[in-house]
Design a protein. Structure first.
Lengths: 513, 406
């Protein structure tokens, strides 16, 4: 006798958990099956060396949607709020920015940055409305789809003629051209270029990197905070919210396949052979893994399979974790500055050059980095007096030419550490342990195809109406009973919970009718 | 003449290199009209000596048509049954090894990409034969399945041997047990040490066979066949004769009676199987096949078009005519003719056409507007046309097993 649930969620990533919580809140019986021993998916706190813990992928919180927080009544403990950014300069003349204010640049840059931020914030507000609802269908849309479309048109128009034109012009543009035009400071330009390219297989000169920048601002206009206890604490809270509402979460239960009966999803089978029945199977896995592995191409139609197969999702961001016996010294930084976000992206061309090798399957010799010292404000993550450096290092292509051999990993790790050491010369001597997660490791550990955090590149051809693919943008997959609730669905990646919440609401709408 | 030479492109004025089929030496030796056209990269004959006589060979004795340019794919692998079953709309689980299925395949929108025949050569191995090339689609359909798709258009030579005496010709070829071969059956025979596949299929609506062999044995097969058919009126035929025969049989030609969905640009120009009168090929009992969701939706909502067979008064073929419906003295244009011919064997003016729903129900009377030219002057008639359900030409000999000896 197999257990039957109203809904089964595959994967306890943050979106899966949000989805489960919203469904459970509506009175559905929900089972969440997670392959790993802990919930959180890629948003987890892991011990990478004895006594040293770190957020496994994303290490800053800035996109968690207010709607999600409100719906689930989440209380997130933050170790630090309004974390600023410091773009490191070799000579110690760093550029600092937070919200719309910037220091260490000319007055002209300061004014321009304020105006730039104001505009970007306004545009991101417009986007955010649509981040938190299913994208409307263009062909054969329902009256609700038409209403959403009409509202999108109205919202665009309400920006005013000039700003509407600016929005439409900028959304497909690259960040490089925009920052080159606006700012004098190479450091500021470089930092913004990196912000736009973080976590993607895009360089500052790639099209629509303004869109990725805007996407980053959706939620809190880019205001960064660090969760106490690492990202795992956030997902643990969401999991608790789901449990409180009656959802059952089972960890260590990898799903082998979605059971398809008479052309519809009917449940899941775990690796251990256990089966669970439900007419609603919701996958938090990425669209490729969901369709090609869990469901199997044979159960869906060819055109859809081809589109899913062609989703671009080549991870290009690695994560470097260093256990340090103390904070390194960086010229021009005071001790308190180590609580900020530090960037190594001296100018836009440097960022683009770091991206160049990735186009050809090679890693950057001089990578760009986003670094935090999570232990600076959260002592729970390391032994007293010791520190952790958590860095996103780009670019490290998933399909590295010759593969991620131990030699390749060592040289890339050395390249990253050498790059940091140019700013913090004593860093290498302070390292007591280290861990490098390449996209290949991320793929293996978190079961994300291509190791791409966003479950698919965030580009205009994979955005809104066409995310994950044409004809499947509203979380419903073309197999009855199968839904997608992860970052591969609209709106995309980042610790936002929007995909999970939107999916749950679509599922509830359908079961109500 | 050696085969190597035949594979050379024929010299043509423009940079348009046409391939020669492995039967080119034999065809060109019989050719008196020198009317060749391009067919999927090959040079193919309209008619060799007289299109009418060639047509009567199909209906009265045996016509031999070179169908080598037809697109052919081999499908092999552990998942080949699952593959073909998901590819086409009909239930391929019912098509055992040694059987052939006429089938259509659709895209996800339920629009017909092409029609063709699937030969279940042996367990786990199929040949798909169609008018158009489809490697991209077939390869996409193989994603996630253990199946291998190989194009063998240029490797396999094929002949259609069609007509009432074709069974006698096959018997003279010494194919043991050929009398047991039912329509849509296939069998393998040894031909001079090579494997020859014979299927009881064709595009003429008559008793007939198709012969498939590796191209190296093509000429030998031709010679043996014509030797065996010497006393049975065997004749080589061209495309004109075949086209007339297929219209009489009510068979569709891709690119003529419907457009392959992946070749259309404007919306509404492609067709679903229902709109081609191929409802019988769509099996909703299958849990999944390409186009199933869209076709189920079309079934609920109703189709836009209907393919009709028309029996038209008079004797002027209704080429490219508009179809009208007359009601209460008002004429409304409801469709158009896609294929038309005067059928010598039926003594009927026949046509295939497309009309918008709900028009074109069997038995309905429509009008077709026929333009014709006599001594330079154009005339027009509005001819009555009746929608018929059955193929115009469908003789019992087509199905008789064992076939009659004529």
């Amino acid at each position: 006798m197999t257990e039957r649930y109203d809904a089964i969620v595959i994967g306890a990533g943050h979106n899966g958990l949000v989805c489960a919580a919203v469904l459970a809140k509506a009175g559905k019986s929900v089972l969440v099956l997670e392959a790993n021993a802990n919930v959180g998916g890629a948003a987890r706190t892991r011990e990478f060396a004895d006594g040293y813990s770190v957020s496994s992928c994303a290490h800053l919180l800035y996109q968690l949607q207010p709607d999600v927080i409100k719906d689930l009544g989440l209380k997130i403990d933050v170790a630090a709020k309004s974390i600023g950014t410091i773009a490191l300069a070799a000579d110690g003349k760093h550029v600092r920015y937070s919200g719309g204010s910037v220091d260490g640049v000319s007055n002209a840059d300061r004014d321009n940055f304020a105006a730039f931020h104001r505009r970007m914030a306004r545009f991101s507000d417009l986007l955010q409305t649509y981040v938190n609802r299913p994208p409307p269908r263009l062909a054969q849309g329902s009256s609700r789809d038409m209403a959403t479309l009409a509202r999108l048109g109205f919202d665009l128009r309400r920006l005013g003629k000039t700003e509407m034109r600016a929005f439409l012009r900028l959304i497909g543009m690259n960040i490089f051209d925009e920052v080159e035009e606006r700012f004098e400071s190479p450091l500021l330009r470089g930092a913004l270029s990196l912000d736009a390219a973080l976590g993607t297989h895009l360089g500052p000169r790639s099209p629509n990197t303004i869109l990725t920048y805007l996407y980053r601002l959706c939620g809190s206009h880019g205001t960064l905070s660090a969760p106490a206890g690492g990202m795992g604490a956030v997902t643990e809270r969401i999991a608790q919210a789901a449990r409180d509402r009656g959802a059952v979460i089972r960890t260590g239960q990898p799903v082998r396949r979605v059971i398809v009966e008479n052309g519809r999803a009917a449940g899941v089978e775990t690796e251990s052979g256990e089966t669970f029945s439900s007419w609603t199977v919701v996958s938090n896995a990425d669209p490729k893994a969901t369709i090609m592995s869990l469901v199997g191409a044979r159960h869906v139609e060819t055109g859809f399979v081809r589109r899913v197969h062609n989703i671009r999702m080549r991870g290009n961001a690695a994560k470097l974790h260093l256990a340090l016996d103390g904070l390194p010294a960086i010229e021009g930084l005071e001790k308190k500055d180590f609580g900020e976000r530090l960037l190594i992206a001296p100018d836009p061309n440097y960022v683009e050059r770091a991206f160049n090798p990735a186009k050809y399957g090679e890693y950057s010799q001089a990578p760009v980095l986003e670094m935090t010292f999570p232990t600076f404000r959260d002592g729970s993550l390391a032994p007293t007096g010791k520190h952790v450096l958590s860095a996103i290092v780009q670019y490290a292509p998933h399909d590295l030419k010759g593969g991620w051999t131990s030699e390749a990993r060592e040289t890339f790790r050395a390249a990253a550490i050498d790059t940091i050491a140019q700013y913090a010369p004593d860093l290498p001597s302070r390292i007591t342990a280290s861990e490098l997660l390449t996209p290949e490791d991320i793929e293996k550990e978190f079961r994300i195809t291509g190791g791409h955090w966003h479950h698919g590149e965030l580009t205009l051809d994979q955005f809104m109406f066409v995310r994950p693919v044409v004809g499947a943008a509203q979380y419903r997959m073309p197999l009855d009973g199968l839904w997608l609730c992860g970052a591969g669905a609209h709106p995309g990646g980042g610790i936002s919970g929007a995909a999970g919440r939107n999916a749950a609401r679509m599922i509830l709408d359908e079961t109500a009718s | 003449m050696n085969t190597e030479f035949n594979q050379q492109p024929a010299p043509v004025a423009v940079e348009q290199r046409r391939l020669r089929s492995p039967f080119y030496s034999r065809l060109s030796a019989l050719d008196r009209l020198n009317t060749w056209h391009e067919w999927k990269g090959y040079t193919s004959t309209d008619a060799l000596y007289d299109a009418d006589l060639e047509y009567f060979a199909i209906r009265n004795s045996t016509g031999v048509f070179d169908l080598t340019p037809m697109t052919k794919y081999r499908i092999r692998g552990a998942d080949s049954l699952d593959y073909v079953d998901r590819l086409v709309t009909r239930d391929m689980r019912k098509i055992r090894a040694g059987r052939v299925a006429y089938a259509v395949w659709c895209n996800d929108q339920g629009q017909v990409i092409d029609d063709g025949t699937l030969f279940h050569l042996r367990d786990g191995e199929y040949r798909l034969c169609s008018q158009e090339r489809h490697l991209a689609w077939l390869t996409a359909a193989a994603l996630g399945l253990d199946v291998e798709i190989t194009e063998e258009t240029h490797e396999i030579a094929a002949l259609a041997v069609q007509g009432p005496t074709s069974f006698s010709v096959m018997k003279n070829m010494g194919f043991a047990g050929i009398e047991e071969l039912k329509p849509f059956g296939l069998a393998h025979f040894d031909f001079q040490g090579r494997e020859l596949m014979v299927s009881r299929t064709g595009f003429t609506g008559d008793l007939g066979y198709e012969l498939w062999i590796e191209k190296g044995a093509a000429e030998a097969l031709w010679d043996a066949l014509f030797e065996a058919g010497k006393l049975h009126g065997i004749r080589a035929i061209g495309t004109s004769a075949l086209d007339l025969a297929r219209i009489e049989a009510g068979f569709l030609t891709a690119g003529v009676d419907f457009l392959p969905a992946d070749g259309t640009v404007r919306s509404g120009r492609s067709r679903s199987p229902f709109e081609l009168g191929l409802d019988w090929l769509v099996d909703f009992k299958k849990p999944n096949f390409n186009g199933r969701r869209a076709l189920a939706e079309e079934k609920r909502r109703g189709s836009t078009w209907r393919l009709v067979k028309l029996d038209i008064e008079g004797n002027k073929p209704a080429h490219h005519s508009y179809i009208y419906r007359q009601s209460r003295g008002r004429r409304k244009q409801v469709g158009f003719i896609t294929s038309a011919a005067w059928s010598p064997v039926c003594k009927q003016n026949v046509a295939l056409g497309t009309v918008s729903m709900p028009h074109g129900a069997p038995g309905e009377e429509l009008l077709v507007e026929i333009y014709y030219q006599r001594e330079m002057h154009w005339s027009r008639v509005m001819a009555k046309a009746t929608v018929v359900e059955k193929p115009f030409w469908d003789p019992p000999r087509r199905r008789a097993t064992p076939p009659g000896v004529y």
